[in-house]
Design a protein around this ligand. Structure first.
Ligand SMILES: *Cc1c(COP(=O)(O)O)cnc(C)c1O
Length: 389
């Protein structure tokens, strides 16, 4: 049996994998087991921030690997402290809690919000507003936070205490704040899995006004939008607001599992000894790699991301067979006349890896993708979108 057959036999069939086995990669190029080359426009779902096997990241990870791979949170270690300091200094937030995935980072954010509201306003203020069409993870509680019934149906009952507001519907948000006892409002500034849909300026403004007025916490889920992905360090920065809590994961670790819940002034001391924990959280190797990643997401890089994004949007918006392009920075969704799956498979055949988000073709290139590879990938995508091709 080959790898694909054994995978189907021995691994739970939760993923509809492409018929493609990847072997090795460097930067924005990746090769299958037969040596065919692909330009990667998916980065392992917004994880490989600087592409495959980035030299500086490898160096940081390797040197930590040869020194101390894990110690547990019973002891002090340096890499997680360095990363925490860097996260706080770059965002103005105050404290962090480390975990290993986006779902866990969101779980922590939800726990902090519940405890803050219970301490301050009373235990009955335990409801969290999330948005319809959102995605916050696969644990029972983050599934409850996820505003999409398709993910819920087989796993009921889910955690209580979530109500859903249509994205960009300020009137509905206002009426939910009036009718329910709300602890927090949780949102992605660009809904990723939901179809690469950015929130409107007006809606984000409404979230923060309502939160301020009613002592409701704001939680930005920056798992996908974070770490430079949207052309700002964190997606909320595009809107000139600062949440009380944000979660991030995916691109922060650059390819190793790492989640973090970042806490602002209001909530920095809500968690105390024993109220939360994680065996692997703050792992030295993951954190050493993340320090290398985060230290390089600077203004110069972010400007380049925004400019290259502009290039992609202009080229694709005017292309035959493209209905619309949505998103921000290097998180883009293309609505195509053809079925998205057909376009994605055509791209793969022609050496470009792109993925899907709802009915759209989703692009998540490495933040440092070279212009020549980007141009080549965009041309391939344009060809794949053409009618009758
Ligand atoms: C991917 C994602 C998650 C879940 O992250 P995991 O690491 O898979 O648990 C949560 N929220 C958003 C916005 C995501 O894109």
């Amino acid at each position: 049996m080959n790898i694909k057959e054994k995978d189907n036999l021995y691994i739970a069939n939760t993923y509809a994998r492409f018929d493609l086995q990847l072997k090795e990669g460097k930067g924005s190029l990746v090769y299958d087991e037969e040596g065919k080359e692909y330009i990667d426009m998916a980065t392992g779902i917004a994880v490989n921030t600087f592409g495959f096997c980035d030299d500086e990241w490898i160096k940081a990870v390797n040197s930590q690997l040869n020194c101390l791979q894990h110690a547990s949170n019973l002891y002090y270690t340096e890499p997680c402290v360095k990363l925490a300091e860097m996260l706080c200094e770059k965002t103005g937030m105050k404290k962090v809690f480390f975990s290993n995935s986006g779902a866990e980072a969101n779980e922590c954010a939800i726990k902090v919000a519940r405890k803050y509201a219970a301490d301050k306003k009373g235990k009955e203020y335990n409801t969290i507003i999330t948005l319809k069409n959102s995605f916050h993870g696969r644990t029972i509680t983050t599934l409850a936070a996820t505003g999409q019934d398709v993910f819920h149906n087989d796993f009921l009952p889910l955690t209580d205490g979530f109500v859903y507001c249509e994205a960009n519907n300020s009137d509905q948000l206002k009426s939910l704040v009036e009718s329910e006892k709300i602890a927090a409002i949780m949102f992605e500034t660009v809904q990723g899995e939901g179809g690469v849909l950015p929130l409107s300026e007006e809606f984000v403004k409404t979230i923060f006004e309502l939160a301020e007025k009613n002592d409701i916490l704001t939680i930005a889920d920056e798992v996908q939008t974070g770490n430079g992905r949207t052309g700002a360090l964190y997606g909320y920065m595009n809107y000139g607001v600062t949440p009380d809590i944000f979660s991030t994961a995916k691109g922060l670790g650059g390819g190793l599992p790492l989640g973090v819940t970042v806490l602002g002034e209001k909530v920095k001391d809500v968690l105390n000894a024993g109220s939360h924990g994680s065996t692997f959280g703050g792992n030295p190797i993951a954190c050493a790699g993340a320090v290398s990643i985060l230290s390089r997401i600077d203004d110069v890089l972010l400007k380049a991301v925004r400019e290259k994004s502009q290039y992609i949007v202009e080229k694709l918006s005017n292309a035959e067979g493209v209905k619309s392009v949505s998103g921000k920075g290097f998180m883009l969704g293309i609505e195509t006349e053809k079925d998205a799956t057909e376009v994605i498979n055509e791209c793969m055949k022609n050496g470009v890896l792109v993925i899907k988000a709802k009915n759209k073709v989703r692009l998540l290139p490495a933040l440092n993708i070279p212009m020549d590879l980007l141009e080549k990938a965009v041309d391939t995508i344009i060809n794949a979108c053409k009618r009758g091709n």
